[in-house]
Design a protein around this ligand. Structure first.
Ligand SMILES: NC(=O)c1ccc[n+]([C@@H]2O[C@H](COP(=O)([O-])OP(=O)(O)OC[C@H]3O[C@@H](n4cnc5c(N)ncnc54)[C@H](OP(=O)(O)O)[C@@H]3O)[C@@H](O)[C@H]2O)c1
Length: 318
């Protein structure tokens, strides 16, 4: 984390936090950070709070406000499966738009602050320069449309909420892109008879898309950045992602380099990869607004190397 100056004195401490979606990638990083920093926090997984249940959300936030009148709610809950959202659009909107609205309404009513997360996939990728907060969103898929609807609901119901768009997260769990590349490199799949592999007769090569570019972002670094942005008084819409940019192909190569693994990666075009949702070819986020407040995430390569070492220790050494 690169912080260019110290926080204003009145913001030095953080209020108690209530975290939704606590078992997800960002939720896990937030909880870890709270424990490290000894911050008062209450964390609720999907099982413990379904944010689509307006009454449950309202009751929980009312109880939180009663004990923590200036508390901060962080909504890390979302339906994040981009292809799944195409198949379940109603569910995607229920969680990403209505669920976000439920939290925003209850937080505003009880005088609680709110940080809500959104995505680079609100953009269509037609730009070739990093997207600013003021650029026009035009999502290509259901996930992006549902997240944009969530942003709009949050900003109208809770005008002082901090809404942070981020991109290509990696962290806890095995379902993020770097984790899947490690899995494939360590356990190569048997060859598909239809697609002979350059790795040899029995191994299938790793394929990674070379024409989708964004900002790989460490969930741990994002968690720190979110709290720091909030402490520095950021409210409204901000972009916050790992510094730099990469294609999926470049990201896969860096994962292998960080792990010291040899495996061949074949660069493919997104159009040749069978996915249900369209994805933007370019969704690099311009984070200058956050930088203006002294908050900048580290280069994605640096956090990726730390992540890979930790992941290998946890998942391959037991
Ligand atoms: N992952 C990325 O690459 C990425 C990129 C850009 C922006 N973001 C945004 O960053 C935020 C955090 O993403 P993440 O990667 O940490 O997501 P994640 O790992 O998928 O975690 C999301 C969590 O939300 C939970 N959840 C789903 N529906 C819920 C509901 N109705 N009520 C309560 N919890 C529910 C999920 O639980 P179940 O699994 O049990 O359903 C999961 O634990 C999201 O707003 C996401 O849109 C993510």
């Amino acid at each position: 984390m690169t912080y260019m100056d110290t926080p204003p004195p009145h913001m030095e401490t953080l209020p108690p936090l209530l975290i939704t979606g606590a078992a997800g990638m960002l939720g896990t990083s937030l909880i870890r950070l709270c424990r490290e920093r000894d911050l008062v926090h209450y964390a609720y997984s999907h099982r413990e709070l379904d944010i689509t249940d307006a009454q449950a959300a309202e009751a929980l936030l009312a109880r939180f406000a009663a004990t923590s009148p200036r508390g901060l709610v962080i909504n890390a809950a979302a339906l994040t499966g981009v292809d799944r959202a195409e198949d379940e659009p109603e569910r995607a909107f229920a969680v990403n738009a209505q669920g976000a609205a439920n939290l925003a309404r209850a937080a505003a009513q009880h005088g609680l602050d709110l940080i809500h997360l959104s995505t680079d996939y609100v953009f269509d990728g037609s730009q070739r320069t990093p997207y600013r907060e003021s650029d026009r969103p035009q999502p290509l898929n259901v996930y992006g449309r549902s997240k944009l609807a969530g942003e709009q609901a949050v900003s109208s119901l809770h005008p002082t909420a901090l809404i942070v768009r981020t991109s290509w997260l990696f962290g806890h769990g095995r379902s993020n892109f770097p984790a899947r590349i490690l899995e494939l490199a360590l356990n190569p799949l048997p060859e598909d008879p239809g697609q002979p592999s350059p790795l040899g007769p029995e191994l299938r090569a790793i394929r990674a898309i070379s024409d989708q570019v964004s900002c790989p972002t460490s969930a741990d670094a994002l968690a720190k950045g979110l709290l720091e942005l909030y402490r520095r008084g950021a409210r409204g819409l901000f972009h916050l992602a790992g510094a730099g940019s990469a294609s999926r192909y470049e990201l896969a190569q860096e994962v292998l380099a960080a792990a010291g693994l040899q495996a061949e990666i074949i660069a493919i075009e997104g159009a040749s990869f069978p996915a249900r949702a369209s994805r933007p070819l370019y969704s690099v986020l311009d984070c200058a607004k956050a930088r203006g407040l002294g908050v900048e995430l580290p280069r994605w390569q640096d956090t990726l190397h730390l992540y890979v070492q930790e992941h290998l220790t946890r998942h391959t050494l037991g």
